[in-house]
Design a protein around this ligand. Structure first.
Ligand SMILES: Cc1cc2nc3c(=O)[nH]c(=O)nc-3n(C[C@H](O)[C@H](O)[C@H](O)COP(=O)(O)O)c2cc1C
Length: 450
């Protein structure tokens, strides 16, 4: 079996994820592993795709190996998938799977992104391995990697693969009528920044942005990231870990802080591509790693203008929700051009104004709380290196470790001791419920008195 490994890590041979692949190669000498560093060599592959095409043609099975980067894959891998589709790579019917390493922060959406794209290309997709960064250094992690590979080989042998639930997404491109008169301007300096990667050919998205600006009674300006002179995608080099300064000298870290994060609201505008926001947008997202894991836009409303069939993109919708949740942002709304674009856009404009006026930040849900707990533990462990994050977490009370709540812990010991005595338990009656509800009753009693 010829296995082609598509290494999406921008670190190439220094990829942690790749080490799991090398481990599997070592214990399976009967299989030929060919490694293509597609993440690191993306610029060369953009100019000449032949080496990838040849390698894909010669492969029996494909293995995507990459790190999870901000909810999905590194932008370099997004670009590679675009190139695979542009070049109509002959992969139909080939088996494919994936290995990632990460801290399990939204590894699920990354895996689903690769699955959906492989299934677009009519490949036979088998569930992958989502390993923690350190897993391979433990016995358990090695066992899991071996078991994963054994299962994959079994699937190939027995022609077993996942059913595809995704359809190929074609951007809707419905015409949107632009009103001739601008909406009345409010006496308000709140500024909305529209971050987009749209090009003149994205007609529907351009129309959506124009209508949104016309309907929005606030100042707005466009930052077009397709024109930004990015030197490249995030390299994962951790140069920014101590002081937030990116190794690239293209000024993006300052640009982000001075021209985008200074706005009152950010509205992202993109056309759905390969079940995501496309490689350019992903580059913009990945490069925000200069902010580490700091929720620097906490409390800021965000919105989305999306061209394409978002209703069929469950994974992308999850990513949109989760990004706002983890960032502590108010998700003002998502407008698409799928069904009734004008109405959607007008609603978004009104909702942005409401969000800015009311700053109604709701409690975080599972996406937000769960994600932040992973970050909290990670930053605490890595505080010696992630100095900027550590400082931010201390300043913003984000080290909310349960063991710090000594009062609650002691109270629970007391209750535990009481209810483990059958005698006390029998006399308790409804006292526990009464006790639990008491603080809320106090609030209700006091309510309306001020
Ligand atoms: C820009 C960037 C974004 C990242 N985003 C995530 C993430 O969303 N979830 C996660 O669990 N880990 C994330 N990580 C951590 C990497 O997934 C992890 O370090 C991985 O093991 C690196 O693998 P590699 O050495 O193969 O590139 C991110 C790291 C970088 C540099």
């Amino acid at each position: 079996m010829n296995v082609l490994v598509l290494n999406g890590s921008p670190k190439g041979d220094y990829s942690i994820t790749l080490q799991t692949v090398l481990y599997l190669e070592k214990i399976n000498p009967q299989k030929t592993f060919t490694i293509l560093n597609v993440g690191q060599r993306i610029k060369a592959l953009e100019s000449d795709f032949t080496p990838a095409m040849e390698a894909i043609k010669n492969a029996d099975v494909l293995l995507f190996a990459y790190p999870v980067y901000t909810f999905i894959a590194p932008c370099q891998l997004h670009r590679f998938i675009e190139l695979m589709k542009e070049h109509n790579v002959p992969v139909e019917g080939k088996f494919v799977t994936q290995i990632t390493t990460s801290k399990h922060f939204y590894d699920v959406t990354a895996h689903r992104y690769i699955q959906d794209n492989c299934q677009d290309m009519h490949m036979k997709f088998v569930h992958g391995l989502s390993a923690d960064m350190e897993d391979l250094t433990t016995e358990q992690g090695q066992k899991e990697a071996r078991n994963f590979w054994r299962h994959f080989c079994w699937c190939v042998k027995n022609d077993y693969y996942e059913t595809s639930y995704s359809k190929t997404i074609i951007p809707a491109n419905k015409p949107v009528s632009i009103p001739t008169q601008s909406a009345k301007q409010l006496d308000c300096n709140d500024e909305v920044v529209i971050v987009t990667d749209c090009t003149p050919t994205d007609t529907s998205l351009n129309d959506m942005i124009a209508r949104f600006q016309a309907k929005l009674p606030l100042k707005s300006r466009i930052v077009n990231i397709s024109e930004y002179p990015f030197i490249g995608g995030c390299l994962g080099c951790f140069n920014c870990a101590t002081d937030g300064v990116c190794i690239y000298k293209d000024g993006f870290d300052s640009f982000l802080r001075d021209k985008i994060q200074t706005a009152q609201t950010i509205v992202y505008a993109f056309t759905i591509k390969d079940h995501s926001m496309g490689s350019r947008f992903k580059m913009y997202d990945d490069r925000q790693f200069c902010n580490g894991h700091r929720t620097v836009t906490m409390g800021m409303p965000v919105g989305y203008l999306v061209s394409g069939n978002l209703s069929e993109e469950e994974n992308l919708r999850t990513i949109i929700d989760a990004r706002a949740q983890v960032g502590g942002n108010i998700l003002a709304g998502v407008a698409t051009d799928e069904f009734d674009p004008d109405k959607d856009i007008d609603k978004l404009a009104a909702s942005v104004v409401y969000a800015l006026q009311n700053k109604n930040l709701q409690p975080q849900n599972f996406y937000g709380i769960g994600g932040m707990k992973i970050f909290r533990d990670l930053i605490y462990q890595m505080r010696g290196m992630m100095k900027a994050d550590h400082q931010f977490y201390k300043e913003h009370g984000q080290y909310d470790f349960p063991q710090k709540e000594i009062g609650t812990v002691l109270k629970m010991y007391l209750i535990g001791a009481l209810i483990s005595s059958p005698k006390v338990k029998s006399k308790m009656g409804n006292k526990m419920n009464e006790g639990m509800i008491a603080p809320y009753r106090k609030v209700i009693e006091r309510a309306g008195k001020k």
